[in-house]
Write a protein that binds this ligand. Sequence first.
Ligand code: BGC
Length: 507
Amino acid sequence: MGKAAAVGTAVVVAAAVGVAVVLARQRRRRELELVEGAAAERKRKVAAVIEDVEHALSTPTALLRGISDAMVSEMERGLRGDIHAMLKMLITYVDNLPTGNEEGLFYALDLGGTNFRVLRVQLGGRERRVVRQQYDEVSIPPHLMVGTSMELFDFIAAALSKFVDTEDNGLHLPEGRQRELGFTFSFPVNQTSISSGTLIKWTKGFSINDAVGQDIVSELSKAMERQGLDMKVTALVNDTVGTLAGGRYADNDVVAAIILGTGTNAAYVEHANAIPKWTGLLPRSGNMVINTEWGSFKSDKLPLSEYDKAMDFESLNPGEQIYEKMISGMYLGEIVRRILLKLAHDAALFGDVVPPKLEQPFVLRTPDMSAMHHDSSHDLKTVGAKLKDIVGVADTSLEVRYITSHICDIVAERGARLAAAGIYGILKKLGRDKLPGDGSKMPRTVIALDGGLYEHYKKFSSCLESTLTDLLGDAVASSVVTKLANDGSGIGAALLAASHSQYAEID
Ligand code: BGC
């Protein structure tokens, strides 16, 4: 080859290489643009879903005030006996709260969630108060929550009988006396006396059809008889009523009790003149404890999102317990799961494939949600670990973890603010929401609170408290105390069993 030809070839080769390099660069740029475009598109979609969620679940203070007002009108309707009222306002037959003088050995049984507790309390009167208490906790096998009444009560009576067998020398009854029990049954019951009542409906994942409409105490008593256990139920109470009784025993200014646990509810002390004459109930002390059953509250003011509607539709009790489904521990984690699932489907939050585990209803429990929400580590380590364990996605990015934590925040904040609006409603009903018009001092007002959600989900409880202060204003809020009444309901039921003891007159 001549020199000129060689140079020519070199030029052609160089040009070809140059073109190839340019083409490759262009392809890489296009690929990069595509990747960046897809990422930007995914980010845009994530942001859009989050924005929708924030909007749908928002609870501005003005809305909360409207919700409290709606709740107060439903309370009034319920007290009038209007069968269409959202709040049942059940008369509890508790017109005398504990005084502190209660004495003797009493049992309590606390049934209302996936566990039940049996309790033995030695009451020592005004001076010695609760001398000693012992308890046992038993979890209910899931199949018994949807089986028959006999199966459930036989299981409970057997556990109770076993517990009675462990009674030791320190705790015993006077000769010839029958053991007495306060039964905390945390479902809506139409009470027919302090120690009897029929189940209106199940809530919180229980569905035992043959028990609805039955007298719950006679169901338990029959089961105790089958176990050969000689024990008399002298008080049947809701957990809110037990908590109110236990709360009052500890602090005389307690006027209402709220449960924020698997489910939610409130009870408070109502003036006798609010109880309609037709009930034939003339409370001895001029007061009557009312079990509001506020979990069933419904109003078009409630910020009900597509996630709430779908969860309700697929629940065991569609259309019922709407307020409870927006607030309580059984449901908060599930709402978060549904939002994450939407983000996975519509915005590929966890990558191109939707994690199959995330499709499973109730896989994300509220305690896990709480653990993620409280994670303050710089890399959100707990959120990452929970997403790996529960959703099955390892190595999530910081962005995904942050988004998950933000969703927990939105859902918990809505629940806590709605619960605060409910408490504000109760205070309004009691006339304790504003300073007395005559310039007198605002009475100290104590609200007893119990339930795992309130006790353990700190961001929830602190949001509830600050919202309540916000609603009441600082001047009134300084006289209103919210107080954890830890296991008040068990002690409370034992105290009510004592004040309604068959031997009360003798003593
Ligand atoms: C029940 C109430 C109970 C509340 C808290 C609700 O689902 O209807 O009776 O007080 O849960 O346990």
